[in-house]
Design a protein around this ligand. Structure first.
Ligand code: SF4
Length: 264
Protein backbone atom coordinates (compact mmCIF):
# COMPACT_ATOMS: atom_id res chain seq x y z
CA UNK A 1 0.00 0.00 0.00
CA UNK A 2 1.37 3.37 -0.99
CA UNK A 3 0.92 6.01 1.72
CA UNK A 4 1.33 9.62 0.53
CA UNK A 5 0.82 13.04 2.09
CA UNK A 6 -2.43 14.77 1.15
CA UNK A 7 -2.85 18.36 0.02
CA UNK A 8 -3.58 20.91 2.72
CA UNK A 9 -7.14 20.74 4.15
CA UNK A 10 -8.89 20.96 7.54
CA UNK A 11 -8.80 17.78 9.66
CA UNK A 12 -11.66 18.64 12.00
CA UNK A 13 -14.96 18.72 10.12
CA UNK A 14 -18.66 19.01 11.04
CA UNK A 15 -20.35 15.72 11.94
CA UNK A 16 -23.94 14.97 10.95
CA UNK A 17 -24.57 12.56 13.84
CA UNK A 18 -26.94 13.39 16.66
CA UNK A 19 -25.18 14.85 19.73
CA UNK A 20 -21.75 14.94 18.04
CA UNK A 21 -20.62 18.18 16.43
CA UNK A 22 -17.26 17.26 14.92
CA UNK A 23 -15.48 14.33 13.30
CA UNK A 24 -11.89 13.50 12.47
CA UNK A 25 -10.70 11.02 9.88
CA UNK A 26 -7.00 10.42 10.48
CA UNK A 27 -6.65 8.95 6.97
CA UNK A 28 -7.90 10.10 3.57
CA UNK A 29 -8.97 6.84 1.98
CA UNK A 30 -9.51 3.39 3.42
CA UNK A 31 -7.53 0.33 2.47
CA UNK A 32 -10.30 -1.98 3.71
CA UNK A 33 -11.84 -1.25 0.30
CA UNK A 34 -15.25 -2.81 0.98
CA UNK A 35 -17.06 -3.25 -2.33
CA UNK A 36 -20.30 -1.76 -1.00
CA UNK A 37 -18.62 1.35 0.49
CA UNK A 38 -20.58 4.48 -0.45
CA UNK A 39 -17.43 6.61 -0.08
CA UNK A 40 -15.60 4.75 -2.84
CA UNK A 41 -17.43 6.74 -5.51
CA UNK A 42 -15.85 9.99 -4.24
CA UNK A 43 -12.40 8.51 -3.53
CA UNK A 44 -9.44 10.79 -4.21
CA UNK A 45 -7.09 7.84 -4.88
CA UNK A 46 -7.57 4.18 -5.75
CA UNK A 47 -7.92 2.82 -2.20
CA UNK A 48 -6.72 -0.60 -3.24
CA UNK A 49 -3.35 1.00 -4.01
CA UNK A 50 -2.92 4.33 -2.26
CA UNK A 51 -4.21 6.20 0.76
CA UNK A 52 -3.25 9.60 2.13
CA UNK A 53 -2.15 10.94 5.50
CA UNK A 54 -1.77 14.50 6.82
CA UNK A 55 1.64 16.13 6.81
CA UNK A 56 1.69 16.65 10.59
CA UNK A 57 -1.62 15.56 12.08
CA UNK A 58 -0.70 16.47 15.67
CA UNK A 59 0.50 19.99 14.90
CA UNK A 60 -2.45 20.83 12.65
CA UNK A 61 -5.17 19.18 14.73
CA UNK A 62 -3.95 20.73 17.98
CA UNK A 63 -4.43 24.18 16.40
CA UNK A 64 -7.90 23.22 15.13
CA UNK A 65 -9.22 21.80 18.40
CA UNK A 66 -7.80 24.74 20.32
CA UNK A 67 -10.70 26.77 18.88
CA UNK A 68 -13.45 24.55 20.35
CA UNK A 69 -14.30 23.40 23.90
CA UNK A 70 -13.43 19.81 24.97
CA UNK A 71 -16.07 17.39 23.68
CA UNK A 72 -16.52 13.98 22.05
CA UNK A 73 -15.21 13.74 18.47
CA UNK A 74 -16.40 11.04 16.08
CA UNK A 75 -13.84 8.92 14.21
CA UNK A 76 -14.73 6.45 11.47
CA UNK A 77 -17.34 8.26 9.43
CA UNK A 78 -15.53 8.43 6.07
CA UNK A 79 -12.65 5.99 6.60
CA UNK A 80 -11.64 3.34 9.12
CA UNK A 81 -9.29 4.81 11.78
CA UNK A 82 -7.87 1.32 12.39
CA UNK A 83 -7.28 0.26 8.81
CA UNK A 84 -4.14 -1.94 8.43
CA UNK A 85 -1.62 0.89 7.91
CA UNK A 86 -2.51 2.34 11.33
CA UNK A 87 -0.30 -0.35 12.81
CA UNK A 88 2.72 1.36 11.25
CA UNK A 89 1.61 4.98 10.81
CA UNK A 90 -0.21 5.41 14.16
CA UNK A 91 -2.15 8.48 13.03
CA UNK A 92 -5.22 7.45 15.05
CA UNK A 93 -3.12 6.78 18.13
CA UNK A 94 -1.59 10.26 17.84
CA UNK A 95 -5.05 11.82 17.57
CA UNK A 96 -6.25 9.95 20.66
CA UNK A 97 -3.20 11.04 22.65
CA UNK A 98 -3.91 14.62 21.63
CA UNK A 99 -7.59 14.30 22.60
CA UNK A 100 -6.68 12.90 25.98
CA UNK A 101 -4.14 15.65 26.62
CA UNK A 102 -6.80 18.32 26.00
CA UNK A 103 -9.71 16.50 27.74
CA UNK A 104 -11.54 15.56 24.55
CA UNK A 105 -13.14 12.16 24.13
CA UNK A 106 -13.74 9.90 21.12
CA UNK A 107 -16.56 7.87 19.66
CA UNK A 108 -15.03 5.40 17.22
CA UNK A 109 -16.36 3.07 14.54
CA UNK A 110 -14.07 0.41 13.11
CA UNK A 111 -13.91 -2.99 11.47
CA UNK A 112 -10.62 -3.85 13.16
CA UNK A 113 -9.49 -5.21 16.51
CA UNK A 114 -6.40 -2.99 16.43
CA UNK A 115 -8.46 -0.57 18.54
CA UNK A 116 -7.66 -2.79 21.56
CA UNK A 117 -4.06 -1.54 21.31
CA UNK A 118 -5.30 1.88 22.51
CA UNK A 119 -7.45 0.57 25.36
CA UNK A 120 -5.44 2.37 28.08
CA UNK A 121 -6.02 5.77 26.46
CA UNK A 122 -9.69 5.02 25.81
CA UNK A 123 -10.26 3.93 29.40
CA UNK A 124 -8.87 7.20 30.70
CA UNK A 125 -11.01 9.35 28.44
CA UNK A 126 -14.26 10.76 29.71
CA UNK A 127 -16.91 8.43 28.23
CA UNK A 128 -15.18 7.08 25.12
CA UNK A 129 -17.25 4.64 23.07
CA UNK A 130 -16.15 2.05 20.52
CA UNK A 131 -18.36 0.36 17.97
CA UNK A 132 -17.52 -2.33 15.48
CA UNK A 133 -19.21 -2.67 12.16
CA UNK A 134 -20.21 -6.21 11.08
CA UNK A 135 -22.37 -7.67 8.32
CA UNK A 136 -21.28 -11.23 7.57
CA UNK A 137 -22.00 -14.36 9.58
CA UNK A 138 -19.44 -16.45 7.77
CA UNK A 139 -15.98 -15.28 6.88
CA UNK A 140 -15.84 -16.94 3.49
CA UNK A 141 -18.67 -14.67 2.35
CA UNK A 142 -17.15 -11.67 4.14
CA UNK A 143 -13.93 -12.07 2.19
CA UNK A 144 -15.87 -11.72 -1.07
CA UNK A 145 -17.27 -8.32 -0.09
CA UNK A 146 -14.53 -6.90 2.14
CA UNK A 147 -11.39 -8.91 1.49
CA UNK A 148 -9.06 -6.80 3.64
CA UNK A 149 -11.01 -6.76 6.89
CA UNK A 150 -10.60 -9.20 9.78
CA UNK A 151 -12.97 -12.02 10.83
CA UNK A 152 -16.28 -11.04 12.40
CA UNK A 153 -15.43 -13.10 15.52
CA UNK A 154 -12.23 -11.10 16.08
CA UNK A 155 -14.19 -7.84 15.99
CA UNK A 156 -16.64 -9.21 18.55
CA UNK A 157 -13.75 -10.41 20.70
CA UNK A 158 -12.38 -6.83 20.62
CA UNK A 159 -15.77 -5.57 21.84
CA UNK A 160 -15.66 -8.12 24.65
CA UNK A 161 -12.22 -6.91 25.75
CA UNK A 162 -13.29 -3.27 25.62
CA UNK A 163 -16.51 -3.91 27.51
CA UNK A 164 -14.68 -5.84 30.23
CA UNK A 165 -12.33 -2.85 30.55
CA UNK A 166 -15.30 -0.58 31.17
CA UNK A 167 -15.39 1.14 27.76
CA UNK A 168 -18.85 1.74 26.25
CA UNK A 169 -19.40 -0.52 23.25
CA UNK A 170 -21.70 -0.68 20.26
CA UNK A 171 -22.19 -2.59 17.03
CA UNK A 172 -23.24 -1.32 13.65
CA UNK A 173 -24.93 -4.17 11.82
CA UNK A 174 -24.42 -2.80 8.35
CA UNK A 175 -25.05 -3.40 5.56
CA UNK A 176 -27.68 -6.12 5.93
CA UNK A 177 -27.47 -7.83 2.53
CA UNK A 178 -30.79 -9.59 1.86
CA UNK A 179 -30.54 -13.40 1.78
CA UNK A 180 -26.85 -13.18 2.75
CA UNK A 181 -26.78 -11.54 6.19
CA UNK A 182 -28.57 -13.55 8.87
CA UNK A 183 -29.53 -10.55 10.99
CA UNK A 184 -31.02 -12.48 13.89
CA UNK A 185 -28.02 -14.77 14.22
CA UNK A 186 -25.78 -11.73 14.11
CA UNK A 187 -27.71 -10.16 17.00
CA UNK A 188 -27.34 -13.42 18.94
CA UNK A 189 -23.58 -13.11 18.45
CA UNK A 190 -23.44 -9.43 19.46
CA UNK A 191 -25.97 -8.87 22.19
CA UNK A 192 -23.72 -9.80 25.14
CA UNK A 193 -20.91 -7.50 24.04
CA UNK A 194 -22.56 -4.43 22.51
CA UNK A 195 -24.38 -1.93 24.73
CA UNK A 196 -26.23 -0.67 21.67
CA UNK A 197 -26.83 -2.13 18.18
CA UNK A 198 -27.72 -0.09 15.10
CA UNK A 199 -29.13 -1.92 12.08
CA UNK A 200 -29.02 -0.65 8.50
CA UNK A 201 -29.83 -2.44 5.26
CA UNK A 202 -27.89 -2.29 2.02
CA UNK A 203 -29.48 0.41 -0.03
CA UNK A 204 -28.35 1.29 -3.55
CA UNK A 205 -30.11 3.77 -5.82
CA UNK A 206 -28.12 3.56 -9.00
CA UNK A 207 -28.21 0.34 -11.06
CA UNK A 208 -25.32 1.59 -13.21
CA UNK A 209 -23.18 2.74 -10.23
CA UNK A 210 -19.96 1.04 -9.12
CA UNK A 211 -21.43 -0.42 -5.89
CA UNK A 212 -24.13 -2.46 -7.61
CA UNK A 213 -21.86 -3.44 -10.50
CA UNK A 214 -19.25 -4.78 -8.07
CA UNK A 215 -21.83 -6.66 -5.99
CA UNK A 216 -23.35 -8.14 -9.14
CA UNK A 217 -19.89 -9.27 -10.23
CA UNK A 218 -19.25 -11.02 -6.89
CA UNK A 219 -22.64 -12.72 -6.95
CA UNK A 220 -22.34 -13.80 -10.60
CA UNK A 221 -19.16 -15.68 -9.88
CA UNK A 222 -20.15 -17.17 -6.51
CA UNK A 223 -23.91 -17.37 -6.29
CA UNK A 224 -25.58 -16.22 -9.54
CA UNK A 225 -29.08 -17.38 -8.53
CA UNK A 226 -29.09 -14.86 -5.70
CA UNK A 227 -28.94 -11.82 -8.02
CA UNK A 228 -32.57 -12.14 -9.03
CA UNK A 229 -33.64 -12.43 -5.40
CA UNK A 230 -31.48 -9.63 -4.02
CA UNK A 231 -31.89 -6.99 -6.72
CA UNK A 232 -35.57 -6.06 -6.15
CA UNK A 233 -34.98 -5.87 -2.38
CA UNK A 234 -32.01 -3.54 -2.33
CA UNK A 235 -33.58 -1.18 -4.85
CA UNK A 236 -36.85 -0.91 -2.91
CA UNK A 237 -37.10 0.21 0.70
CA UNK A 238 -40.79 -0.86 0.62
CA UNK A 239 -40.04 -4.50 -0.22
CA UNK A 240 -41.70 -7.05 2.10
CA UNK A 241 -38.25 -8.45 2.96
CA UNK A 242 -37.54 -5.25 4.90
CA UNK A 243 -40.96 -4.94 6.55
CA UNK A 244 -40.92 -8.58 7.70
CA UNK A 245 -37.40 -8.24 9.07
CA UNK A 246 -38.35 -4.98 10.80
CA UNK A 247 -41.32 -6.67 12.43
CA UNK A 248 -39.17 -9.58 13.59
CA UNK A 249 -36.58 -7.21 15.04
CA UNK A 250 -39.22 -5.17 16.89
CA UNK A 251 -40.44 -8.37 18.57
CA UNK A 252 -36.88 -9.34 19.46
CA UNK A 253 -36.19 -5.89 20.89
CA UNK A 254 -39.23 -6.12 23.13
CA UNK A 255 -38.79 -9.75 24.20
CA UNK A 256 -35.09 -9.54 24.96
CA UNK A 257 -35.16 -5.87 26.06
CA UNK A 258 -32.37 -5.04 23.61
CA UNK A 259 -31.05 -1.59 22.84
CA UNK A 260 -31.68 -1.98 19.11
CA UNK A 261 -31.90 0.98 16.74
CA UNK A 262 -33.63 -0.30 13.63
CA UNK A 263 -33.11 1.74 10.46
CA UNK A 264 -34.46 -0.56 7.78
S1 SF4 B 1 -14.17 0.12 6.30
FE1 SF4 B 1 -15.82 1.60 6.03
S2 SF4 B 1 -14.83 3.37 5.08
FE2 SF4 B 1 -13.43 1.65 4.84
S3 SF4 B 1 -13.89 0.85 2.81
FE3 SF4 B 1 -15.11 -0.32 4.31
S4 SF4 B 1 -17.09 0.72 4.41
FE4 SF4 B 1 -15.63 2.13 3.42
Amino acid sequence: MKVSVCSSRPILSPCGLKDIKYQVDPYVGCEHYCYYCYALAQAETDWSKEILIYNDIVDQLSKEIDKIPPQTIYMGYQTDPYQPCEEEYRQTRKVLELFKKYDFSASILTKSDLVVRDIEILKEMNDASISVSVAFNDNQTRRLFESKTIDTEKRIEALNTLKKAGVRTGALLCPIIPYITDTIQMIDMLESYADIIWIYGLSINDRSGQNWLKIQKILSSHNPDLIEQIEPVIFSKDHSYWSELREHLEILRKDRKLNLHIHI
